[in-house]
Design a protein around this ligand. Structure first.
Ligand SMILES: [Mg+2]
Length: 271
């Protein structure tokens, strides 16, 4: 049997959650097997803390997690105090990226100076977010509670976006395109969240076996930072990158691949 505590770090969309119906039912038996082995499953996603809270509660997950692409990490109060009870719902947040206020200030400054056409989440109300995203009222409200990234509803040209992204980079920040939004964020990445959480786990357990699963480009750093990384297949059956070194291909799409990867780790007594 392995002698290192295993910890799973996982993306949500199109990885643990099905791309089409947003459910994790295919992976539920694998989650149960991990729980039986006391292997924590730490969610690392672009979603907000408020959005993840809803999902964790539904999944019965009480592990630490990372939101907004690693810009903020959350640890349940008492989680790392051995012997202490902890409540998965009450979490301590640490911002690894840049504080939200600074991002909003930069977005407004660049708009005033250069006349780009976009509207940030800070300037959208819940009804606007519902209209722009298709989320229901509760989910739209959760998506507006932000800590380390600002989605801008882009209303300008592609050329203006290139120009905007260049100015953002000059200011020391990053942009990332996602659907109709250009996300403005600091330099934190999911790999930073994994490193930060690894240090917290290792202070308690000693060296851990970090296993990371993801499906797309913003998971690459997290998979590389883990001891074992898995690409799950994308909805069309292809993989984001080749398997190489410590990075493997999970045998299937999204949550089916996720479950297959966990089954393989258990079968080969790696966890
Ligand atoms: Mg994904």
């Amino acid at each position: 049997m392995p002698n290192r505590q295993a910890v799973v770090f996982t993306d949500l969309d199109a990885t643990l959650l099905d791309h089409h119906n947003y459910t994790w039912s295919t992976a539920a038996p694998a989650l149960k097997q991990l729980a039986e082995r006391s292997v924590p499953v730490c969610i690392c996603t672009s979603k907000t803390v408020a959005e993840i809270r809803v999902l964790r509660r539904a999944m019965g997950n009480d592990a630490p997690f990372a939101a907004e692409n690693g810009g903020v990490v959350a640890v349940p109060h008492g989680y790392f105090d051995t012997g202490a009870d902890h409540d998965g719902d009450s979490v301590e947040l640490t911002t690894l990226g840049l504080p939200y206020d600074e991002l909003v200030a930069l977005a407004r400054r660049l708009q005033q100076t250069h006349g780009y056409r976009y509207t940030g989440f800070a300037d959208l109300d819940v009804a606007d977010v519902m209209a722009a995203t298709g989320l229901d009222a509760a989910a739209a409200a959760d998506a507006r509670r932000r800590h380390a990234s600002e989605p801008l509803l882009w209303e300008d040209s592609a050329a203006a976006e290139i120009d905007f992204s260049r100015r953002v980079a000059e200011a020391g920040f990053t942009t990332r395109r996602g659907g109709r939004f250009v996300h403005l964020l600091g330099h934190a990445d999911k790999s930073d969240a994994l490193d930060w959480l690894r240090a917290r786990f290792e202070a308690v357990y000693g060296p851990i076996l970090a296993i990371a699963l993801g499906d797309s480009a913003n998971d690459a750093g997290m998979l590389a930072a883990a001891d074992i990384g898995y690409w799950v297949a994308r909805p069309d059956g292809s993989y984001q990158e080749k398997a190489s070194g410590s990075i493997r291909h999970a045998p299937g799409i999204g949550p089916a691949g996720w479950a297959g990867a966990i089954a393989s780790l258990i079968e080969h007594r790696e966890i």
